[in-house]
Design a protein around this ligand. Structure first.
Ligand code: FAD
Length: 397
């Protein structure tokens, strides 16, 4: 059996994995990143919407090569069709780009490669390797159909929502059914939408979640929805809900579907523990994703970068114990945890709200004078008019 030796093995070539690999390699660590698929960034399982402001924070320069559409604003549509349109000045940094994820993810992987990381495609982790004392010392994998072993001082689990690496290493990565959003999405063309506005349709169409229309230019868009797993009723699947909505919306009903994707996102504010002895979890594998919007690309990039920076420090002392990796835990919690908890509470509360109240909320926002629309400002308006909806987390608003 082929055996590889390195300082860090990163499992998963999504944004979290590539950023971790890049920052590890840049920090002088001998880094291997493995990806089970034959192509980074494909097939698509994402609506591809991101805001703009975090890109600078993780040192990614926007590039037209992987930007599909530069958004001018956003539209929020209530269950009975009241709309609230935000232009660029109001939408601020919350509205940004619709990406070409297959190119964005490849760009990040190429950056990791340029920094010195070795990337092994069609290589799937199958388990972890421990020494006689029980210490985690690497992973077993299957590479191009052959079993291999990769020995490393630390493992980065960047294996996305379906993550297994953390669990294999003995960490609790389980999710409550109530914290899982099941998603379905079509790439549609020939539809009559505003090409520069991302649209969010809340309430009835997608119980416990929302339906999105994220334009890709020329009458094309990612049209999808996320529904709380506990709210799927009568044997209906997310695709059924999506078809029902599309049939009723004359802007979409004549469109053509050219791609179908499905997937899941977690709706909790991150795992209680994201480090263990010789292991770090990043991005979706750590359940670090916005529980309200389901946006996780920026969280994956940030946590990947933090992991790479912390591992670089650990390499100086050779200590990759849980204790030594804790600065990673502190970094992401300091940066994101309050917002994740606030949005988790908001998600929980909004899942209980009926369509009439959602209609009311959109009308109320229409009448408000908020200058920049972001989740925080929207919740401030809600707090004023419906204090009961933010009870228990008003301090975070
Ligand atoms: C339908 C849908 C729509 C979404 N829309 C948006 C959006 O508009 N904006 C946004 O910000 N976020 C969105 N997200 C969430 C976003 O896609 C994720 O948060 C983001 O991709 C997380 O990055 P990651 O690197 O942690 O994981 P992933 O991108 O999932 O990458 C994990 C990688 O690990 C690989 N892998 C898994 N297991 C193994 C293994 N055993 N061995 C080797 N490789 C393995 C996978 O093949 C994959 O390439 C959406 C998610 C879904 C499902």
């Amino acid at each position: 059996m082929k055996k590889y030796h390195c300082d860090v093995v990163v499992v998963g070539g999504g944004p979290g994995g590539s950023m971790a690999a890049k920052y590890c390699a840049r920090g002088g660590l001998d880094t291997i990143m493995i990806e089970k698929k034959a192509e980074i960034g494909a097939p698509l399982r994402c609506a591809e919407g991101v805001s703009k402001k975090w890109l600078e924070e993780v040192d990614i320069t926007p590039d037209p090569a992987w930007i599909s559409t530069d958004m001018k604003g956003a539209i929020i549509r209530s269950p009975s069709g009241h709309t609230f349109k935000l232009d660029e000045s109001q939408a601020g940094n919350e509205v940004g780009y619709v990406l070409e994820r297959h190119l964005f993810d490849k760009h990040l992987a190429q950056e990791a490669g340029r920094a010195g990381a070795r990337i092994m495609m069609r290589t799937a982790a199958r388990g972890v390797i421990r020494d006689k004392a029980g210490k985690l010392i690497g992973i077993k994998a299957e590479s191009m159909g052959e079993p291999i072993e990769i020995y490393a001082k630390c493992v980065v689990a960047a294996d996305g929502f379906e993550s297994q690496v953390g669990r294999w290493a003995g960490m609790d990565t389980s999710l409550d059914q109530a914290d899982i959003l099941t998603c379905a999405q079509y790439r549609m063309s020939g539809i009559d939408i505003e090409d520069e506005y991302c649209e969010f349709i809340i309430g009835g169409a997608a119980p416990g979640g929302y339906l999105w229309i994220f334009p890709k230019g020329n009458g094309m868009a990612n049209v999808g929805l996320g529904i709380l797993a506990t709210k799927l009723k009568g044997g209906k699947t997310p695709i059924d809900y999506l078809n029902e909505y599309i049939a009723k919306d004359p802007r979409l009903s004549e469109g053509t579907v050219t791609e179908i994707s499905s997937g899941m996102v977690s709706g909790c504010p991150g795992l209680d523990e994201t480090v263990g002895d010789n292991i770090i979890l990043v991005g979706d594998a750590a359940r670090i994703i916005d529980p309200l919007t389901g946006g996780g690309i920026c969280h994956a990039c940030r946590t990947g970068m933090y992991a790479g920076k912390v591992l670089t420090e650990c390499n100086k002392t050779g200590d990759f114990s849980k204790e030594a990796l804790k600065p990673y835990e502190k970094m992401w919690r300091d940066r994101m945890e309050d917002k994740l908890i606030r949005n988790y509470m908001a998600k929980e509360r909004f899942a209980t709200v009926d369509n009439d109240t959602l209609d009311d909320l959109v009308l109320m926002i229409q009448d408000s004078d908020i200058s920049e629309v972001n989740v925080w400002n929207l919740l401030k308006v809600v707090k004023e008019k419906y204090p009961e909806l933010v009870e228990g987390f008003e301090d975070l608003i």
